[in-house]
Design a protein. Structure first.
Ligand code: FDA
Length: 503
């Protein structure tokens, strides 16, 4: 096959990929971004780019014939999921043996589907997780740079206290306070000025119309509107969509050669291409990057990759659960989809948990408080290449999920005891399931910083090969991860552009 050349190639257009693309473009380096998902900028027949959560269509999920929403049921009725036709939709759920992982697909990666919570971790926990990174420099330079580029803002506290759209949050705050627990506001990249106009009826509703996991049509500062728009603006960056990198090898002149499948919207491979580049940046996310490199090492296309590749993966301790409130503690038929508060019990060394107060917009009163608990689960798993099937497998076990559940249960047992309330047990499919222990929104690790790479994301064993995404984070962060992924990518790019690409 013919080989297309670029100076630098970036695989993936999520946070890690977007930061790399912008900083390379600004440095005058001709850069090609390869993204397996589509570009989400064209309205469908309903006049909207993304479909709604309540009536999902083919745009919702990545090549599925039925949606697989995190909340499978309500009163054990399968009300939530719908039949759809197969299409490169925006949300994927990647299934491993005992864990499934939600990821975004499209130009912007996870930023298209996530809750926008833009949280900077506790400095002490960051330093514990990244002992070789200068925390002062991160908190003085790279975190502020990431927050400002991402468009992080905070909800107006007075509006928060008065609006019906955050009553669900205030009800959960009260229940936490009754147990002596602290809550804290969390910033977001959703434009809260826009949200207030939605509430006032002067702007088209998005966060106030239930939109989030299948994309937001308004208000959300996803990466296509921030980093990637700026990257394209440099004139040096090109993005190819519906192109999936299948394998990577190195030519005798030291350049990297990528084999890439271009698919159409039915998923058929319509072309297999080869690209060659001098500098290769991997931003396929914890799963995408780790799978590529585990396969490259174990099939011998990049044989000098070390044993750090494929190791140190965790779920950020994610566990979802619901509580049933008393009849007088309503949560509201109207709920904004962007979370703005968390229960912060991370300082409790016996059982550290940070629980995001999550929305459950049903359009009617249901008295359910939903939470995504981030627990300090120390369990880690590895990826391995299965030569029979050619698949990369994840060795996560149910016992490892049970550690997260036990920690979440300890916290929420306290809240239930103080409020004389109970769990909801009808939300996650089977009749007795209280805790969703089989999926994560926060895949972290697989190519941990300082282990699979040097302290700046340079992959061990190979020069001019870099990782900039969530696979660098060692399995746990204590908070939602994208601000940290972005800040670490900024740090890597500053170093690499200063040291590795100088003529
Ligand atoms: P990311 O997954 O963003 O991007 C990787 C990109 O590479 C994708 O676009 C993918 O299609 C592409 N790709 C992968 N392999 C490829 C290949 N071989 N070839 C070509 N392209 C390839 N975090 C947070 O901080 N606050 C929050 O509120 C939330 N909420 C949330 C909700 C939901 C529903 C999800 C699924 C996730 C969140 N998250 C979150 C998590 C957050 O979105 C996540 O941590 C980041 O998107 C990870 O950024 P990365 O750059 O690592 O990869």
């Amino acid at each position: 096959a013919a080989v297309d050349n670029a100076t630098a190639i970036v695989v993936g257009s999520g946070y890690g990929g977007a930061v790399a693309a912008l900083r390379l473009g600004q440095a005058g380096i001709r850069t090609l971004v390869l993204e397996m998902g589509r570009l989400w900028n064209t309205a469908g027949s309903d006049g909207k780019v993304f479909c709604s959560t309540s009536a999902p269509d083919q745009r919702s999920m990545w090549f599925r014939t039925r949606t697989e929403a995190p909340l499978a049921t309500f009163l054990w009725l399968d009300l939530v999921n719908k039949d759809i036709s197969a299409y490169p939709g925006v949300l994927d759920r990647v299934h491993y043996d005992h864990m499934s992982v939600y990821v975004g697909r499209g130009v912007g990666g996870g930023s298209l589907v996530n809750g926008g919570m833009a949280v900077t971790p506790l400095k002490s926990y960051f330093a514990e997780q990244f002992p070789t990174v200068d925390a002062d420099e991160m908190y003085g330079t790279y975190f502020p740079r990431a927050r400002s580029m991402l468009g992080v803002n905070t909800v107006d506290p007075a509006w928060f206290e008065s609006t019906e759209w955050y009553q669900f949050t205030r009800t959960s705050r009260k229940a936490a306070a009754n147990a002596g627990l602290k809550t804290t506001f969390v910033p977001n990249v959703y434009d809260f000025g826009y949200m207030q106009r939605e509430a006032a009826g002067t702007a088209t509703r998005s966060a106030l119309a239930g939109e989030v996991i299948y994309g937001n049509n308004q208000g959300k500062r996803s990466l296509d509107k921030t980093y990637l728009a700026a990257a394209l603006g440099t004139g040096n960056v090109t993005i190819h969509t519906l192109e999936k990198v299948r394998s990577v090898t190195r030519a005798s002149d030291g350049s990297y050669v990528l084999t890439v499948d271009r698919i159409d919207t039915t998923g058929t491979v319509v072309e297999t291409k080869q690209y060659s580049c001098t500098y290769l940046f991997l931003g396929g996310g914890s799963l995408g990057t780790t799978e590529l490199l585990v396969r490259a090492r174990d099939t011998g296309t990049l044989p000098d990759l070390t044993s750090g590749v494929g190791a140190g993966w965790g779920t950020n301790g994610n566990t979802m659960l619901g509580r049933a409130n008393h009849l007088w503690d309503t949560v509201g038929a109207n709920q904004a989809t962007m979370p703005v508060m968390g229960i912060d019990d991370w300082a409790n060394t016996a059982n550290p948990v940070f629980a995001e107060i999550a929305p459950l917009p049903m359009g009617f009163e249901h008295w359910i408080s939903l939470y995504l608990a981030i627990t300090k689960n120390p369990e880690r798993a590895s990826f391995s290449y299965d030569s029979t099937s050619g698949a990369v497998k994840l060795g996560w076990t149910p016992a490892q999920s049970a550690v997260s559940v036990a920690m979440a249960k300890k916290l929420f047992d306290r809240i239930n005891a103080a409020n004389l309330t109970i769990y909801r047990y009808d939300l996650f499919g089977s009749t007795s399931k209280i805790f969703a222990d089989d999926f994560t929104y926060h895949p972290l690790g697989g190519c941990v910083l300082g282990k699979a790479t040097d302290d700046y994301g340079r992959v061990k064993g190979y020069s001019r090969l870099y990782i900039t995404d969530g696979s660098l984070v060692p399995g746990s962060l204590g908070v939602n991860p994208f601000v940290t992924i972005t800040a670490l990518a900024e740090r890597t790019m500053a170093r690499v552009l200063a040291e590795d690409t100088a003529p």
